[in-house]
Ligand binder design. Structure first.
Ligand SMILES: [Ca+2]
Ligand SMILES: [Ca+2]
Length: 525
């Protein structure tokens, strides 16, 4: 049944211009779209992280980026893009997840090559509250899986925080969509087209933002009210990573934990000082750790990454496939946008024999910082190794040995999908639908690997609510697993379109961002 939107006034804001429309059809570019009507561990997640409302999903992967909702309401098992769907709407192309705060749901989208948008909807009715649009300017080519609308906003009852690589960080009034503050941040650069994908994370009075790119990797803490940079940690010792900050509550106070090249780092939230590090990770990490109860759980791999720099440019259509990397090949691979001279300084650093080519060890010398070689050192792990591991927070200095709780070698980590840690179990979902399970006390495998009945790539991370685990796949299926030791598959739901962004859960609703739509799913609707 078609739901008709009331012809009331809505704010439509483009850049700094605020327009008011009497009818959404007046503004085709707003993509207000079609709205249809059809239809135990959670409490361990630190409740103080959820400020405005107990069931908010304020940021990437929800409370503390854990994927775990403490919703007390029933969530649906069987659904589709039309069944058990109270509302759905087109929101442009994108891969960032939706967030929910104080009854509003926010999601970003790319409306065309030069229009990036942020939408605000009433989380129950789907009524569009406002939309903002910006012109992002010159955009680098990104990998087909990524998007120029790749980031997940963060939101509380007052503000929504939106990051875009070319626009920086903006805080908007959650109710009206009007600017509250803007903070310019260095535009990230990713030579191998993985592209930007980092999102803001909220902690008390701060907006945290980590961006490990190929030029100026850094971690920032901004003032929620003003956007002022309260502190910044230059992460020059990092290569490209895509891991979000999480909070660890320790006897010494809260710590901000960020995974990265060669190490896991614990930061002082007030000063940004590095309190501790654990040198156990490999070259790059794209999964986000899970932290609760003073512990941090990680899934890491560098399989295939040892040679990915070569594979990306030398073995591409624009390369000559000779096992060496030249500046010309990198430029040809990047295309028209000139590779920054700053980046080629790294190249020169690695080119030991100064023949203008990187090969073998020179690749690591170029792309890894000389002081942070943990992942590539011959004394350290084999770059192809994969692990699940757990640390205790609260250390100081090098805690590699002292705070490691356990470390388990595995062949079944995924390079993007973050683990779900719940009820003493750590669940991994890997491309192809392979699941593995470890106990969180000792890290021991709980059962042999098992395939869930949906062979697909997986980019979204699993989320939990109401005793069920939702696993969204690139092929548009959402698998629903029962949260017990067997992980029985309760349903396989077809959302009709690829899903890359991690779904959100709030107030008995599941919000699924497919490649072009935001779909609200709820029981018996
Ligand atoms: Ca070559
Ligand atoms: Ca060389």
């Amino acid at each position: 049944m078609q739901k008709t939107q009331p012809a009331k006034q809505r704010l439509v804001i483009r850049g700094d211009d605020i327009q008011t429309t009497d009818d959404r059809t007046d503004c085709a570019r707003c993509w207000t779209g079609l709205v249809t009507r059809g239809s135990l561990c959670a409490f361990l997640i630190l409740c103080w992280l959820v400020s405005a409302h107990a069931e908010d999903w304020p940021q990437f992967r929800g409370p503390n980026c854990s994927g775990i909702s403490n919703t007390t309401q029933s969530l649906p098992t069987e659904f589709s893009d039309t069944h058990n769907v109270p509302w759905s709407t087109k929101v442009g192309e994108g891969v960032g997840g939706p967030v929910v705060a104080a009854g509003r749901v926010f999601v970003s989208g790319l409306l065309d090559d030069q229009t990036v948008a942020l939408f605000a909807f009433d989380s129950t009715t789907g009524e569009q509250l406002w939309t903002r649009q910006w012109t992002p300017g010159l955009l680098s080519e990104v990998h087909a899986t990524n998007s120029h609308a790749s980031t997940t906003p963060a939101a509380d009852a007052d503000h929504v925080y939106f990051y875009s690589a070319t626009l920086g960080m903006t805080a908007l009034n959650a109710q009206t969509g009007q600017d509250v503050w803007h903070q310019n941040l260095p535009e990230p650069y990713f030579v191998f087209k993985w592209g930007p994908a980092m999102s803001p994370v909220l902690y008390k009075d701060k907006v945290l933002f980590c961006q490990d790119d190929d030029l100026y990797p850094a971690m920032y803490a901004l003032d929620k009210q003003t956007g002022e940079i309260l502190w910044k940690d230059s992460r020059d010792d990092m290569a490209v990573n895509y891991s979000h900050p999480v909070i660890c509550e320790t006897p010494h106070g809260d710590e901000i934990i960020v995974a990265g090249t060669g190490m896991l780092i614990g930061y002082d939230p007030q000063t940004g000082r590095r309190l501790w590090y654990a040198k156990t990770l490999l070259r790059n990490i794209k999964t986000t750790p899970v932290s609760f109860d003073g512990k941090i759980y990680l899934s890491v791999q560098s399989g295939g990454i040892a040679n990915q720099w070569l594979a990306a440019a030398d073995a591409s259509e624009t390369g000559n496939n000779d096992g060496k990397l030249s500046k010309e090949e990198i430029q040809a691979f990047v295309g028209e946008i000139k590779v920054p001279a700053e980046f080629f300084k790294k190249f020169d650093r690695g080119d030991l024999n100064q023949d203008g080519l990187l090969e073998g060890e020179e690749l690591d010398l170029a792309f890894l910082h000389p002081d942070n070689f943990a992942g590539a050192s011959f004394e350290a792990e084999d770059p192809a190794d994969q692990f699940v591991l757990a640390f205790r927070g609260g250390g100081r200095g090098d805690v590699t040995e002292t705070h490691l709780l356990w470390k388990q070698e595995t062949k079944d980590t995924d390079h993007i999908v973050s683990p779900l840690v719940l009820d003493g179990r750590m669940l991994l979902v890997k491309g192809g639908g392979i699941t593995t399970l470890f106990d969180t006390k000792l890290g021991l495998p709980l059962r042999p690997r098992k395939r869930i009945p949906n062979a697909s790539e997986y980019f979204a991370s699993p989320v939990y609510g109401d005793g069920k685990i939702y696993v969204a796949a690139d092929n548009g299926m959402v698998l629903v697993l029962k949260n017990d030791e067997d992980y029985e598959v309760l349903a396989k739901n077809d959302m009709g379109e690829s899903i890359v962004g991690t779904p959100a859960i709030s107030d008995g609703n599941l919000y699924i961002r497919t490649r072009s739509k935001l779909i609200c799913v709820a029981q018996n609707r």
